[in-house]
Ligand binder design. Structure first.
Ligand code: HEM
Length: 486
């Protein structure tokens, strides 16, 4: 509803250093995080120019929540999602409000807590296999290692099987090409985006190849829809009783869009969260040591299982703190669908809103020593729903949050149980800012643990065989110690 007594958007201050035509594209491309943090002094809202268009950046936690919760007016859209939808069409993460609720109801069964038991078993096995593949003294491209880990785990939980090695390798390369192109394409004006450059051809090829791979998997499953207790089976079987006009199930096209959405949405975000967590542990050896002690205690009774999740308290707090410092979705956009009012300011339909978990998570008035890695800030404390938002808020909140947390906590545990991680060199490692806060290029040294604990023995004793996700029969699925509930 529009209130005529409120100020217009022109009253919102414009961030300094805007250039004609380019707006703030240069500082955003050169050092986006420094630029975003420089805006936190505005407290409420500030205008930012992305080429010819102007966006309103929200700096205040309560206003951020208000935008997230009113997804009918502040709908998915804006430069980030416009670019992402070039790849995943109208999948759950990009579809607009009128399509969203039906799609969410159809996708939700895939992430039901009871299914997490089967997925957790896959995560634990995949992480132990990955940890067993390294050698003492290896210097690893840790982001690449975590990408192969989460790709395998995602493939197995989604499609209950691995792709042929070459297809898997190509899918990884294509995913990296697509994801790293999103941010650049977001900053590039439309006519330039269409130019047939080498970069554009690489992007188009990667997009077409990955879509074709997923479409092939979906077509095979349609031909043989036996329930394999994986994500795709749940999607194929999902029925929405509330849908009208006979559209109670996902059609082939929608299925492929959702499968690609889960694949792209889940794999890279979880991989970089893990890479950052390992980096933070390597640079904070005291916390790494405490985590090894926790791991040894928990694994003294047997091999790592999903049922250990509730006991992995420090591992869970390490993941929570990693997501505070390096939220993969560091910035999100929204399209204002109709004239409205926000924080006493009138906004026109068609405006663009920018939200940033990174900005909120690092504000010194919201977190003590915000740049310090301190998992103990979460001891006995649940994250605040206004100021801690790595998975977003409300109806569009991440559908895979518990899936990702379980995967990350189990993988961290499997790795530190076996290895000691140390950084390479003394220079601080800076994120590569893309659509996500990438850890691309991060290397770590892996060494045998000086004090081999029970966990190491357990992991050495049983290098598990990879098997498809098991049907879930247990009545109560383990939940992560830190839940990110609304
Ligand atoms: C650490 C890992 C992850 C992080 C930090 C993360 C973060 C997010 C965020 C911030 C959103 C909301 C975006 C917005 O409101 O604009 C989101 C949505 C979404 N995420 Fe995740 N995500 C992660 C893992 C996953 C996984 C594992 C999957 C699936 C397997 C997944 C699938 C999705 C989907 C489908 C949506 C759209 C939900 C909707 O609009 O209803 N994500 N994610």
């Amino acid at each position: 509803m529009t209130d005529t007594s409120t100020a217009t958007a022109a009253s919102i201050p414009l961030a300094p250093r805007a250039l004609p035509l380019l707006g703030h594209a240069l500082p955003l491309l050169r050092d986006p995080l420094a630029f975003i943090m420089s805006l936190s002094e505005y407290r409420k809202m500030v205008r930012v120019r992305l080429g010819p268009s102007t966006a309103v950046m929200i700096c205040d936690p309560a206003l951020t929540r208000q935008v997230f919760l009113n997804d009918r007016v502040f709908d998915k859209g804006g430069p980030i999602y416009d670019r992402i939808s070039e790849v995943i069409g109208d999948g759950l993460s990009t579809c607009s409000y009128p399509l969203h609720r039906r799609q969410r109801r159809l996708c939700q069964p895939s992430f039901h807590p009871t299914r997490l038991v089967g997925y957790g078993a896959v995560f634990a096995r995949a992480a132990q296999l990955k940890a067993a593949s390294w050698n003492d003294g290896d210097v690893l491209d840790i982001t690449q290692e975590m990408m192969t880990l989460t790709t395998r785990a995602t493939m197995e939980t989604m499609f209950s099987g691995a792709l042929p090695a070459e297809t898997m390798r190509q899918s990884l390369t294509d995913t990296a090409t697509i994801v790293s192109a999103f941010f650049r394409r977001m900053m590039t004006p439309a006519p330039l985006r269409r130019l047939p450059t080498r970069q554009k051809r690489r992007y188009d090829d990667a997009r077409n190849r990955l879509s074709a791979t997923i479409a092939e998997i979906v077509a095979e499953r349609r031909a043989d829809p036996t329930d394999r207790a994986d994500l795709l089976s749940a999607l194929v079987a999902a029925v929405d009783e509330e849908s009208e006009g006979g559209q109670k199930q996902l059609n082939d096209h929608e299925l492929a869009d959702e499968a690609l959405t889960f694949f792209l949405g889940g794999m890279e975000t979880t991989a970089i969260t893990l890479a950052w967590a390992l980096h933070l542990l390597a640079t904070n050896p005291d916390i790494q040591h405490r985590l090894q002690v926790e791991t040894d205690d928990v694994l003294a009774a047997g091999r790592l299982e999903a049922s250990h999740l509730p006991e992995l308290d420090l591992a869970s707090r390490v993941v929570t703190e990693t997501l505070r410092l390096y939220p993969p979705a560091w910035m999100m956009t929204r399209a204002v669908r109709q004239d409205t009012e926000l924080g006493g300011v009138r906004l026109k339909g068609g405006s663009t809103i920018v939200l940033s978990p990174y900005l909120l998570h690092r504000r010194p008035d919201l977190y003590t020593e915000p740049d310090r890695f301190d998992p103990d800030r979460w001891t006995g404390a649940q994250p605040d729903r206004n100021t801690y938002i790595p998975f977003g808020v409300g109806a569009r909140k991440c559908i895979g949050d518990q899936f990702a947390l379980a995967e990350a906590i189990l993988a961290l545990t499997a790795i530190v149980a076996r290895w000691e991680l140390t950084p390479i060199g003394d220079e601080p490692f800076k994120p590569k800012v893309e659509t996500s806060l990438s850890s691309r290029g991060l290397t770590l040294r892996i060494g045998a643990r000086r004090t081999a604990g029970a966990g190491t023995a357990q992991l050495h004793a049983a290098a598990p065989r990879s098997t498809p996700a098991q049907p879930v029969t247990e009545p109560g699925a383990p939940t992560c110690p830190v839940t990110h509930q609304e």
